[in-house]
Design a protein around this ligand. Structure first.
Ligand code: NI
Length: 444
């Protein structure tokens, strides 16, 4: 059986979890596939490293981390809550391998500079994750096939959240899952910020299975509360950082310009991005998809420093040499006035289509279960001593204060040069006026 255990456990040294323990041959074989090794060449946080220079960590490390957190959850469940009859709502350790494989592979479909890339080329990493798992041409699929012919489909259905065992689905995807627990700790470590820290060891003590999925023992309420607050702070301080977004906007416009030039027949010779053509043409195969990584894009960007198109050349310079666009926060009511700022940018000699952008950041730190919402979320449940369940925000005033509240902002991005003479004579006062209106609105 390919699901057999290794004769000797293999370990990977990890700065967040200390050791990642690999016990199954199939897990080691998956790590050694080209599709998984590609994740070494995709940065976990994209343009965030332009703000927090330590944040050069890759999706490879994150995926190993999510695997390790899942493995520890399985260990806790198997030790303390083993199922003895099919309907007791406890943990069936036969589910371990599918959970571990889904955890390891959950981000295998990420493209380079994920969010920007998805935005331009209309790809979706969750869909591509499922394709890479189920397409017979991939090494990942061939490794999974050896467990059983329908095993790839089972693993993909965990990612699609259609797998019948809710405990397995919630381990990988819920408001407190192995994915989030790993990325908060990992991103806090590599950015050098302390906000993302929380007590994972304590959470591993109090997490438990129940018939509806995963819950926590009431003694662990403060550890979970701290995790929610950490998550909120990481979004505010790291993920939504306006400078990282200023670089993301440049990347987005740079790819837009490259696509435009390709469509105009103005990409030729060594500047032709051959590996991007399937994406420009919107005819993408799995093998096209897995050829891409951050290094491929950065190499094209570097070649385009000599491109005849002045806009592309300039955007590439801004990206590679870190010249982020500046931004201003605006209220949704001011959206209809943005065009005036865009005109000023255009009048200053910048093509506004490529030199301005609107970027919004929004997140719910914790959401109550709303089955009618577009993406209903599982809530975090606590098991009381009498066995009844209580939802987190009903017992934590701190989480109650954050529940269902969107945090984030709308920003208008523009070239920094707009703040300098001579165009600034109209632009800067207008920005000030704009900002003053926002301050007044917030005060109201
Ligand atoms: Ni992830």
């Amino acid at each position: 059986m390919e699901s057999d255990l290794l004769t000797r456990e293999k370990v990977f040294r990890d700065p967040v979890h200390n050791y990642i323990h690999v016990q199954h041959r199939v897990i080691l074989d998956l790590i050694n596939t080209p599709e998984f090794q590609r994740l070494r060449r995709i940065k976990q946080l994209g343009t965030t490293s332009f703000t927090f220079h330590g944040a050069e960590h890759s999706r490879f490390g994150h995926c190993l981390g999510v695997y390790e957190v899942t493995r520890r959850i399985c260990d806790t469940f198997a030790r303390n809550y083993p199922s003895t009859s099919p309907d007791d709502g406890l943990w069936d350790d036969q589910q371990r391998l599918v959970a571990l494989c889904a955890a390891l592979l959950h981000d295998i479909g990420h493209g380079p500079y994920s969010h920007t890339f998805e935005h331009i080329f209309h790809t979706n990493h969750e869909i591509w994750t499922q394709k890479i798992i189920t397409d017979p041409s991939t090494h990942v699929n061939q490794v999974l096939q050896k467990v059983s012919p329908n095993f790839p489909d089972q693993v993909a259905s965990v990612i699609a959240k259609t797998y019948p065992n809710e405990q397995v689905v919630q381990m990988i995807s819920s408001q407190i899952d192995a994915d989030r627990m790993d990325y908060l700790l990992r991103d806090a470590y590599y950015t050098g910020t302390q906000y993302g820290m929380f007590d994972l060891t304590r959470i591993m003590r109090v997490i438990r299975p129940y018939a509806g999925g995963i819950a926590f023992n009431i003694e662990g309420m403060h550890a979970v509360e701290d995790y929610i607050v950490s998550r909120f702070q990481m979004y505010q301080q790291v993920y939504f950082h306006p400078v990282s977004r200023g670089m993301e906007v440049i990347l987005l416009q740079l790819l837009h310009r490259a696509k435009y030039l390709y469509e105009q027949g103005e990409m030729a010779g060594f500047e032709m991005p051959s590996l991007l053509i399937p994406f420009f043409e919107n005819q993408i195969t799995v093998s096209d998809y897995v050829r891409l990584d951050d290094d491929v894009l950065n190499t094209y960007f570097n070649l385009w420093r000599d491109h005849p198109d002045a806009i592309l050349r300039d955007l590439v310079h801004r990206f590679l040499d870190r010249r982020p666009f500046k931004s201003i926060i605006f209220a949704p009511e001011q959206q209809n006035k943005i065009h005036y700022l865009q005109e000023l940018v255009q009048n200053a000699g910048f093509n506004q289509q490529f030199y301005t952008a609107i970027n919004n950041s929004f997140d719910l730190p914790y959401d109550l279960y709303r089955p009618s919402s577009k993406e209903p979320k599982t809530q975090i449940e606590f098991q009381q001593h009498d066995g009844t369940l209580e939802e987190l925000s009903t017992i934590s005033p701190l989480v109650q204060a954050l529940s269902g509240r969107q945090s984030g902002d709308h920003r208008f991005y523009f070239p920094k040069e707009m703040l300098a003479a001579p165009e600034s004579s109209t632009f800067a006062p207008y920005l000030r006026e704009f900002q003053a209106q926002i301050v007044n609105q917030t005060l109201k």
